[in-house]
Design a protein. Structure first.
Length: 317
């Protein structure tokens, strides 16, 4: 199968290294565009080549500064639509406002839905993202959405002999299904922590369900921001877990407080994907390993462009 619409891959500002890795794998040149941040804090974008009747993929995770990166993406989608692109696929490795997908109490915005509404309003044809906090976000869209996962790439890191006596740990009940997929891929037992949230950044573990005695905990999650989950490892140690805690996290938001918590001697390693472009301090951190989703993303982009199914790539996750 194929298409007569040429493939064009563009990168906005947030994660050009990931986009460049994808273009190298697909042996296609990076699209020409320019983002300018004006002195009054406005953003100006321009496409520097013809995209009429072409299949455009714009890669832009919306990590910090979240609003700037998201606005840049919105402006590019509008520019591609006005330039008569055939289809515009927004590849958003890190989906913004993904943890605000419902009203936890009255008079709150459902911000993840607002993001979906804005993307569609400016003319996006399709959306691709990795490991959103709430899978139901897919239902906020009326255009096709491909929900990918970094799970296979992250799990591969733990298929080593030293992790044969490990257990996959879900940090809360809500992530148990996600953690179960890790445990299935690795052939390891599953442990679930029950916690009570005291606020945006504070939680208390009330129960640990599953056998963690004498095992190496591998805590999984979609996002590590402030690192509150790192404060929960004492509950695992108290239940008999080894003092060798590892984490497998898709999106390393990694605020300074998270990096401080990594100094805990019981934490031996943090494995994150490259959905978010990390500064040198993170890349050089002795406890942090970064694995790439570029190969998976390149496969998905090519199949979408060629009109082929990607079901098997999604089902593996």
């Amino acid at each position: 199968m194929g298409t007569h619409h040429p493939l064009r891959i563009f990168s906005a500002s947030a994660n050009r290294p990931l986009a460049e890795a994808v273009t190298r794998i697909l042996n296609t040149p990076m699209g020409l565009c320019m983002t300018t941040h004006l002195k009054d804090s406005e953003i100006h974008v321009a496409i520097d080549q013809v995209v009429r009747d072409q299949d455009v993929f714009i890669i832009q995770p919306c990590s910090a500064p979240v609003n700037d990166n998201f606005m840049e993406l919105i402006l590019y989608i509008d520019a591609f639509r006005r330039a008569s692109a055939h289809e515009i696929t927004a590849v958003i490795p890190y989906y913004p406002y993904g943890r605000q997908e419902r009203m936890a109490k009255g008079r709150e915005a459902i911000s993840a839905k607002v993001v979906a509404t804005m993307l569609q309003a400016v003319g996006v044809s399709r959306v691709v993202y990795f490991d959103v906090h709430a899978p139901a976000i897919q239902g906020f869209f009326d255009v096709p959405v491909d929900p990918l996962s970094a799970l296979p790439v992250l799990a591969e890191h733990f298929k080593r002999p030293e992790f044969q006596e490990a257990a996959v740990v879900s940090p809360d009940v809500g992530r148990a299904k996600f953690a179960g997929k890790y445990a299935e891929q690795l052939g390891l037992p599953l442990v679930v922590m029950h916690k009570r949230r005291e606020g945006f950044s504070k939680t208390d573990v009330t129960h640990v369900v599953g056998d963690i005695q004498g095992k190496i905990p591998i805590i999984i999650d979609d996002v590590l921001a402030g690192g509150s989950v790192l404060d929960q490892i004492d509950a695992l140690i108290e239940k008999g877990a080894r003092h060798q805690v590892y984490l497998a996290i898709t999106h390393g938001v990694l605020l300074p407080s998270a990096l401080e918590r990594l100094e805990n001697p019981d934490i031996k390693g943090l494995v994150i994907s490259d959905t978010i472009c990390q500064p040198e301090a993170v890349r050089a951190h002795p406890k942090i390993t970064i694995v790439s989703v570029a190969k998976l993303l390149a496969q998905v982009i090519w199949r979408i462009h060629a009109g082929e199914s990607i079901s098997d790539l999604i089902e593996k996750t």
